[in-house]
Design a protein around this ligand. Structure first.
Ligand SMILES: Cc1cc2nc3c(=O)[nH]c(=O)nc-3n(C[C@H](O)[C@H](O)[C@H](O)COP(=O)(O)OP(=O)(O)OC[C@H]3O[C@@H](n4cnc5c(N)ncnc54)[C@H](O)[C@@H]3O)c2cc1C
Length: 429
């Protein structure tokens, strides 16, 4: 029987914190107890500020314990697109910051002794078309030359050294990306935040924030806190309590399926290097071995906006079998989804409005970005120079005709599926 809970919750279950009264005041109130909120809380509490974090669900119940655990730190637009939209200087600074953010996460995990199964195994990106192979090879060269990242193209003839599939037309490898157990990372961050003195209140929705003299009155379901500063880290779970942000963050469902345990021989043949993987297709599959190396966790866009129908699981299973025909009859143990937040220009962001700081819009790459952006937002609140960031600029624009329900996503998903189907028909055999 397949579970709709995240595979990760078996080893790191979501658990309620003891209920405590909401404090009447705090230096900083933070909305959202995912990676963003906890990262900000750790930085601020360690600087001696009184910090209160509110989450309307259990801490971590948003994307931060549901994700693939791939430390991608991706930026969706290409370097050329970034340069034409924001100028060469910001484009270069964003890329350099992605490198710094990954390295900072790895340091944080080691320094705080967070046992989250982190391994810097590298990532293989598979090219589904000849043009994608050219693009991946160019990008690997650029990364090696400009940022000194160990990255290289893998021609089709050498592909099976990395991944047991004949599907791709080659790919690329970069060794600065690894995998971790996302729920264990979150649990570790929660432990560090509490030990640093932050108060964290689960199942405490923020219903609204209003100016109150120099302060912000943060109205929650269990009482009001007056705070000098507010940081909002609600990302893909932003609700109607912040209608302004909700028009800017499109919640997109991403789904992961987990196979039942596979034999060591089969795992060795399919994933000989235990690398993290991504795919150049529009539906952007991402996949990896489980941290214990016994299963494959395979993720991609879900395409639905309501309920929990079976067909997205079946669509992912078909895509998995398309790569690895050996898995035709394999049972699935889990299939779950969560929300990533897309914004109009697809660049993760830190921004300010009405005296509040926001960090959001990681476009499916928040394992690196959310922790980094939360920390940066906290340094900005502290007035520290190290709060400077290439991600800090104007807020993302509102999405036309969108007020919280991503009604257009099924059509977008359908269009991407058609494009992938056309791409597959044009592939050389
Ligand atoms: C299936 C899936 C796979 C993914 N895979 C990867 C991956 O492999 N690599 C990667 O880098 N990223 C991945 N991501 C993205 C990553 O998980 C997110 O970018 C990251 O977790 C965002 O962290 P966050 O703290 O900003 O938001 P979240 O963890 O989503 O937390 C936001 C919180 O805000 C709370 N909230 C919302 N409104 C209110 C309110 N009014 N009052 C109080 N609380 C509120 C919510 O309850 C929620 O807990 C994936 C995401 C999903 C869903």
């Amino acid at each position: 029987m397949k579970s709709s809970d995240a595979y990760w919750w078996t080893a790191a279950p979501l658990s309620p914190l003891p209920e405590a009264p909401v404090p009447p005041s705090a230096d900083v109130a933070i909305v959202g107890a995912g990676y963003t909120g906890l990262s900000a809380a750790i930085t601020l509490a360690r600087a001696g500020r009184s910090v209160v974090v509110f989450d309307r669900q259990l801490p971590g119940e948003g994307a931060s314990t549901r994700n693939g655990g791939i430390t991608s730190g991706n930026i969706r637009p290409s370097q050329a697109q970034l340069a034409s939209r924001f100028g060469q200087a910001r484009a270069d600074a964003i890329q350099a910051e992605a490198k710094a953010a990954r390295e900072d996460l790895y340091r944080f995990i080691a320094d705080e002794e967070i046992d989250c199964d982190f391994k810097l195994v590298g990532r293989f990106s598979g090219a589904a078309t000849p043009a994608a192979y050219e693009r991946l090879a160019r990008e690997a060269d650029r990364l090696a030359q400009t940022l000194g990242v160990e990255s290289y193209a893998v021609p089709r003839a050498a592909q099976r050294d990395y991944l047991g599939t004949g599907y791709y037309l080659g790919g690329s490898v970069r060794m600065d990306i690894g995998g971790l157990h996302p729920a264990k990372l979150h649990a570790g961050m929660l432990r560090v935040a509490l030990a640093s003195g932050a108060q964290v209140h689960g199942r405490t929705a923020v219903r609204g924030i209003t100016p109150d003299g120099d302060l912000h009155a943060v109205d929650t379901a269990r009482g009001t806190t007056r705070a000098r500063h507010v940081i909002v880290g609600t990302n893909g779970y932003t609700d109607s309590a912040d209608k302004w942000l909700r028009r800017r963050m499109v919640p997109v469902r991403s789904r992961i399926i987990a196979t039942a345990p596979l034999s060591p021989n089969l795992m060795g043949a399919l994933m000989p290097r235990q690398m993290m993987c991504s795919d150049s297709r529009e539906n952007h599959y991402y996949y990896r071995p489980s941290p214990d190396g016994t299963r494959i966790l395979f993720g991609g866009r879900d395409g639905t906006i309501a309920g929990d129908p079976e067909w997205p699981t079946e669509a992912l299973r078909r895509a998995l079998v398309g790569l690895f025909p050996e898995l035709e009859d394999v049972a699935l143990s889990h299939s779950w989804f969560g929300h990533v937040a897309m914004n109009r220009d697809m660049v993760p962001r830190i921004f300010s409005r009405a005296g509040r700081r926001y960090a959001a819009g990681y476009c499916g790459s928040g394992v690196v970005w959310a922790r980094w952006a939360g920390q940066k937002a906290a340094w900005q609140v502290l007035g520290e120079d190290r709060g400077a960031s290439a991600l800090y600029f104007r807020p993302p624009a509102a999405v036309p005709l969108f007020n919280g329900t991503a009604w257009f996503m099924p059509a977008v998903f359908g269009w991407m599926t058609v494009k992938d189907w056309i791409g597959a028909r044009q592939r050389p055999k």
